[in-house]
Write a protein that binds this ligand. Structure first.
Ligand SMILES: Cc1ncc(COP(=O)(O)O)c(C=O)c1O
Length: 391
């Protein structure tokens, strides 16, 4: 057999999977592992989907996505963040933010172009950069700095080959939610060095006590930003597979070409459902976010009381506590907790590795607290019992 493509075989599968596979072999596991809200989606979305199916509204849509949906996305971004995107040619509906990340990178990268991002980070940035022929340049961040990006480190990492910076805030896995000033500084760097900014804002609605900063709302950012948003997290619609990209028309045109030839259009029924979620689901979203904030407060306090140092993240639905005090690495902790107490978390090493800085990954675990209260309470008491045996 001739060998498979080296660009792909050189990338390892996500470190999350090993533990999910292991958990699947054990009965009664409580999962803080999967990054999704265990919360119903807006009722209006369900109704709209059912009605679309019953009325045979299930044909292909425009490659860009339904125009009424794009209009709703544009109106929502205008209302929330004061940013303007034309529904006709500056918005592309995608199959999740996952697809949007891929085609954004493929649209801007040429062989060997470097892309900077900060770890711990979402698992797909390094691999998608690589698949697109680029070179991942990962920087590290620390708990002491709430895992926020350090503009000076970004500046120092820029070379003549740097093409883009990926920003993903609020952050999966750390919950880092930097202030507007940090974003302004990074936009300044992008302008000075003529770089693209890919801003993955999938957790934009999940912020607690602070306002989300939409990157393209910062003066000078719009023309160099590819803004990505979606429905998986803020609308609790992971399986509907809808995301979107907003960018200057030439970027959207280029992304649309890849989308047109590889995806054709995002699922029609899901587009209809997400449009209803957007136009009629606001109260539902706000109720969910308020519930998540309470879960976060309970979870973070319980961990700190138990002796696991944990910042209170201002966004996402993840906590990223340190397990250093237990004397275990994050993988040992994850495996030990799963076997002894049947609770699944994800080792920090799944979100680091491209930077060569292993410390943060080895010392931290990712916990998704977006699960029903009874399960969360039970999971917390099992974690506490496990930690007691170690500290
Ligand atoms: C930061 C981030 N971006 C993108 C995605 C993928 O989202 P989607 O379900 O829209 O493909 C995730 C999913 O976990 C994520 O955490």
């Amino acid at each position: 057999m001739k060998p498979l493509a080296r660009t792909v075989s050189g990338v390892t599968a996500s470190g999350i999977r090993r533990f999910f596979d292991l958990a699947a072999t054990i009965d009664g596991v409580l999962s803080l592992g999967v990054g999704e809200p265990r919360y119903p989606c807006p009722p209006a979305a369900k109704k709209a989907a059912i009605s679309a199916i019953e009325s045979d509204n299930d044909a292909y849509t425009s490659n860009f996505g339904r125009i009424s949906f794009r209009q709703a996305i544009a109106a929502n971004l205008q209302k929330l963040y004061g940013v303007t995107y034309k529904p006709e040619n500056e918005i592309l509906v995608t199959t999740g933010v996952s697809e949007a990340i891929d085609i954004a990178l493929r649209s801007i990268l040429e062989q060997g172009d470097e892309v900077i991002f900060v770890e711990p980070t979402y698992v797909s940035y390094g691999p998608t950069i690589t698949f697109a022929g680029g070179k991942a340049v990962a920087l590290s961040s620390t708990a002491e700095n709430n895992f926020e990006p350090d503009p000076d480190a970004i500046r120092a990492a820029i070379t003549p080959k740097t093409k883009a910076i990926i920003m993903g805030y609020p952050c999966n896995p750390t919950g880092a939610t930097p202030s507007r000033e940090v974003f302004e500084e990074i936009v300044k760097i992008a302008i000075e060095n003529d770089l693209w900014l890919v801003s993955d804002e999938i957790y934009d609605r999940l912020v607690y006590g602070v306002e989300h900063t939409c990157l393209s709302s910062i003066p000078g950012a719009w023309e160099r930003t590819i803004l990505l948003g979606g429905f998986s997290k803020g609308y609790a619609m992971t399986g509907w597979r809808i995301g979107y990209a907003c960018a200057p028309p030439e970027v959207i045109e280029s992304m649309m070409k890849i989308h047109q030839y590889t995806m054709l259009c995002a699922p029609t029924i899901s587009q209809i459902a997400c449009e209803a979620a957007l136009t009629q689901g606001e109260e539902h979203v706000q109720t969910m976010v308020a519930a998540m904030e309470k879960k976060r407060d309970f979870f973070v306090k319980s961990l700190n009381d138990a002796g696991l140092d944990c910042n209170a993240p201002k966004g996402s639905f993840f906590a990223f506590p340190s397990v250093a005090r237990t004397g275990l690495t994050s993988e040992e902790f994850t495996e030990g907790l799963l076997h002894a107490k049947k609770v699944l978390v994800v080792p920090g090493t799944a979100f680091t590795g491209w930077s060569g800085d292993s410390k943060t990954g080895l010392n931290h675990i990712r916990c998704c607290y977006a699960i029903p209260d009874e399960d969360l309470q039970e999971a917390v008491s099992r974690v506490i019992d496990f930690v007691k045996t170690r500290v």
